[in-house]
Write a protein that binds this ligand. Structure first.
Ligand SMILES: [Zn+2]
Length: 316
């Protein structure tokens, strides 16, 4: 009896333990200890993966139909820091279909993955290189009443992945999210956001260029139920908008004794094994665009300051 009680305590302790990105006992390499389905066994189909040139063109992969993405939805959306990411929970009214997806999927939420002040942090890599950030728009097959049911279906979720790269100008549409980030700095905090056309966040002129493969959730329970669509052309935000994520979001609660910045919230790359990664009809198989690591953007910025300084001095 005592042993049973002790065992129950151990089991509930293990279950209540949360996953993390920054400590050896709970980081992505240890997720399998708490969530057996996160163990990347041979020939299993996990995400993220590296995208290289071993891809297969599929001429039938054309634009996805993004229903409601151009409209302003009613009600309000909720931005939340869940301790692992910043999540924008969107209400109903939006769905994705077509483009080779096996069904209609309702849009549930979008969230972000990022690195640190001087490290890129996209989850998927292109030719081994990371973009500064990655945005995931998560959609659930509409026949399922809830996420539990969707996680039992090998194509239960369709995630649209967008690489995020950095330029000097602010992205005004992205500003609707970044201006609320200070309200969700700590784990558990939420902020209301007025709905806006979600398409404004996406690379709207290049939506027919994407890659497709079957993989998993990149967070526990790592279920292998995701039809991945990764768009080739990134979304651009400013260096300061990126810095808000890398240095002003915490994985701990506001009253925690020790506050920890939420950084490098990406899972490691997994083998493709025998999977086929398809390329849409219009994809260009861009190379070199993911090659600008964050540090070079920072150095370029410094160079501009130096040049500007010498210009001012020489002008005196
Ligand atoms: Zn994600």
């Amino acid at each position: 009896m005592i042993w049973t009680a002790a065992l129950l305590i151990v089991v509930s302790y293990v279950h209540s333990e949360d996953y993390c990105y920054d400590e050896p006992h709970c980081d992505p390499y240890a997720w399998g200890d708490m969530f057996p389905s996160c163990h990347p066994l041979l020939e299993e189909h996990h995400s993220p993966i590296n995208l290289d040139h071993q891809m297969t063109r599929n001429e039938s992969l054309e634009y996805l139909h993004l229903e409601g993405f151009e409209e302003i939805q009613t009600g309000h959306w909720t931005l939340k820091n869940d301790g692992h990411s910043v999540v924008l929970q969107v209400g109903g009214g939006m769905s994705v279909s077509g483009g080779g997806l096996p069904d209609v999927y309702h849009t549930i939420q979008l969230h972000f993955h990022w690195g640190g002040p001087a490290t890129n942090g996209s989850e998927h890599t292109v030719d081994g290189r990371r973009y500064p950030m990655e945005m995931h728009v998560v959609n659930m097959k509409s026949i399922h009443p809830n996420l539990t049911a969707a996680l039992d279906d090998p194509t239960g979720l369709a995630v649209l992945g967008f690489f995020i790269d950095v330029v000097y100008a602010d992205n005004v549409h992205f500003g609707l999210i970044s201006q609320k980030l200070s309200s969700v700095a700590y784990k558990g905090q939420t902020a209301k956001i007025k709905p806006f056309p979600l398409m404004n966040l996406l690379p709207k002129n290049n939506m027919s260029q994407y890659y497709r493969y079957y993989g998993s959730l990149t967070t526990p329970p790592c279920s292998q139920v995701v039809v991945w669509t990764l768009y080739e052309v990134p979304v651009y935000i400013s260096w300061s908008q990126l810095a808000q994520f890398t240095s002003q979001i915490f994985s701990t609660e506001e009253d925690a004794e020790q506050v920890t910045p939420l950084q490098k919230n990406f899972r490691h790359i997994h083998p493709t094994f025998s999977r086929i990664v398809s390329v849409s009809k219009d994809a260009k198989l861009l190379t070199g665009t993911a090659s600008r690591p964050l540090m070079s953007a920072v150095s370029l910025h410094l160079l501009q300051i130096i040049l500007l300084g010498s210009f001012i001095i020489s002008g005196l």
